[in-house]
Design a protein around this ligand. Structure first.
Ligand SMILES: Nc1nc2c(c(=O)[nH]1)N[C@H]1C(S)=C(S)[C@@H](COP(=O)(O)O)O[C@H]1N2
Ligand SMILES: [Mo]
Length: 548
């Protein structure tokens, strides 16, 4: 039988005891998480309870909170989520440790609950299996053992504490013993628990947590696709990108202006994944099925060996991008035309939605007509001359120019089903974002910076995009003045953004700069403000600058 009540025999302040109990709670949680990570290193990264709970949290987060997180933390939202989760765990663990002083069953039940939540989250992931519950369950058991082991010394007097009465005879000396004696004597007043016992068990718990957690992290590295990415040989494009006009990239002349091509390392990242899915190219296959005449399966070699490999310059952006925001980037992509794969599959009449699924079960729905009719809609396997970075969907992602990422740009793509909008509702549409997401015409001011610029001859510059119609004009208004036409960089193609600049003799003081664009189809960018939800932000970008 478990003795459920901890009865400290102490007489002095209760704080040292409470502090130790709180520490016991935190260390028990650490053992739990460490053991779970070790097992996740053997079973697979999705079985990590931290990842599973975090992912379930992302899926369940109410939309306003999610918008807030994206706006506040930007691409650090994942780090913020993990730090937030760990802070909550620490608070929970402290509470459990303290409550366990009153009744150990509370601690045991709390850790069991902790394990159950982890197991439930892991098994209910779209790709979760029973096996994925093992890390959370075994981690919880280890946490319970650690907690009980650390509570035990808190409930019995130190063996040599004379005030506790039934002290055992003092064992023969030695260095450790004399250190301990000095320590005990010094703290005689508050010493009524087995300090040494607690610190030994606590130290072991901390060691177990560190070793299992460290080993788990190392083991999880073996899932990394870094080596496979580097080993991949890219094909030459049968149809290369159009030649770029000379001096097309104004950023070489205007410091601070967004470069024409966004380096892979700087490219914005938006997805629902806490850890980057690692998809082995050898195991990868794409199935095209549903309302098609011929069900098809492609391996990566099949795609790379195709005679119709294209290379295209395309700008991508996120529906969550705010006016003036940076969830937008441009790259040179290498891949195969989506329309030719769909033609081989033979799309049946009425199949108005292409439902694509990522390796983790995340879904995106794209209008079939856009997949078939938009020039350069493709399945891409390379970005700016490199195999797709893992963060951007290695080995294969989809791209449909002119549509926001959430309705077109499936990363870690593994499945493509021809269906209807009525029959299947993809991830973000389930969360009430618009069913269709054409990119709105937008323009952004990059320079000058809001603060720190000195008066004199300056350049106002930025980018504008109006996929897939191209930009015809960009105009800038300085303080309440007239709209002035900016110089546009040479056009690369209508699916790319366009840099612009305007010289400005700036005087010291505060100024208001506003930009607007017009598309090659004549559409003027509206100043009607719209939030990103549900179909993308609109409104002119206005910047307050303080010139020194
Ligand atoms: N598998 C998967 N693909 C995804 C997403 C995702 O969460 N999971 N997010 C989409 C969204 S909202 C955008 S804006 C783009 C972003 O692509 P990037 O991270 O390469 O910039 O990917 C899209 N593809
Ligand atoms: Mo997005």
């Amino acid at each position: 039988m478990i003795d459920t009540e901890v009865r400290p025999a102490q007489t002095g302040s209760r704080w040292p005891l409470r502090l130790r109990a709180a520490l016991a709670g935190v260390l028990a949680a650490a053992v739990s998480l460490g053991v779970a990570e070790l097992l996740a290193g053997l079973i697979g990264p999705n079985s990590s309870p931290v990842v599973a709970v975090g992912s379930a949290f992302i899926d369940a987060t109410p939309r306003p909170l999610k918008d807030f997180a994206i706006a506040t933390f930007g691409e650090n939202d994942k780090i913020a989520l993990v730090v937030g989760t760990l802070s909550l765990i620490v608070l929970f663990a402290v509470a459990l440790g303290l409550l366990s002083l009153r009744d150990r069953r509370i601690g045991v039940a709390g850790i069991a609950l902790f394990g159950a939540v982890g197991a439930l989250a892991a098994i209910s992931r779209p790709t979760g299996t029973v096996l994925d519950t093992i890390p959370a369950v075994v981690g919880a058991v280890a946490g319970v053992v650690a907690l009980l082991a650390m509570l035990a010394p808190l409930s019995r007097p130190a063996p040599d504490d004379s005030s506790a009465g039934a002290a055992a005879p003092r064992p023969p000396g030695g260095l450790a013993e004399s250190v301990r004696t000095a320590f005990v004597r010094h703290n005689r007043k508050s010493t009524a628990l087995d300090r040494r016992g607690f610190f030994i068990v606590g130290g072991i718990a901390a060691g177990v947590a560190a070793v299992t957690g460290g080993a788990g992290t190392l083991l999880q590295r073996r899932f990394s696709v870094d080596a496979a990415r580097e080993a991949l040989t890219l094909p030459a494009a049968a149809d290369p990108a159009a030649a770029i006009p000379s001096a097309a990239d104004l950023s070489t002349q205007v410091p601070g202006l967004t470069p024409l091509y966004t380096p892979n390392a700087d490219f914005y990242r938006v997805d629902v994944n806490i850890t980057v899915p690692q998809v082995s190219p050898e195991d990868w296959a794409l199935r095209i099925h549903g309302r098609v005449r011929n069900e098809l399966t492609f391996t990566l070699d099949d795609l790379i060996a195709r005679p119709d490999v294209i290379e295209r310059d395309i700008t991508m952006t996120c529906v969550s991008n705010t006016v003036g925001g940076d969830l937008v980037g441009a790259a040179r992509w290498l891949g195969v035309p989506l329309a030719s794969l769909l033609a081989e599959a033979g799309v049946e009449d009425g199949a108005d939605q292409v439902l694509t699924t990522a390796v983790d079960g995340f879904t995106i729905g794209t209008p079939t007509r856009d997949c078939l009719d938009t020039p350069n809609a493709m399945l891409a396997f390379a970005m700016n001359g490199q195999p797709l970075p893992a963060e951007h969907g290695f080995p294969v992602r989809m791209l449909v120019p002119g549509l926001y990422g959430y309705v077109s740009a499936t990363k870690w793509l593994v499945d493509m089903e021809l269906t209807t909008f009525e029959d299947a509702v993809p991830y973000w549409v389930q969360r009430e974002w618009a069913v269709e997401g054409p990119i709105k015409i937008s323009s952004r001011i990059d320079v000058p910076a809001s603060v720190g610029t000195k008066a004199g001859d300056l350049t106002i510059a930025g980018v504008a995009w109006a996929q897939t119609r191209g930009i015809a004009a960009v105009e800038v208004r300085i303080d309440g003045g007239d709209w002035q036409r900016a110089e546009l960089a040479p056009e690369t193609n209508v699916q790319m953004w366009r840099q612009w600049r305007l010289p400005w003799r700036a005087t010291a003081g505060q100024h208001t700069l506003t930009v607007r664009a017009t598309g090659q189809d004549g559409e003027a960018q509206t100043d009607d403000r719209a939030d990103a939800f549900p179909a993308g932000a609109s409104g002119w970008h206005t910047l307050q600058v303080f010139i020194q």
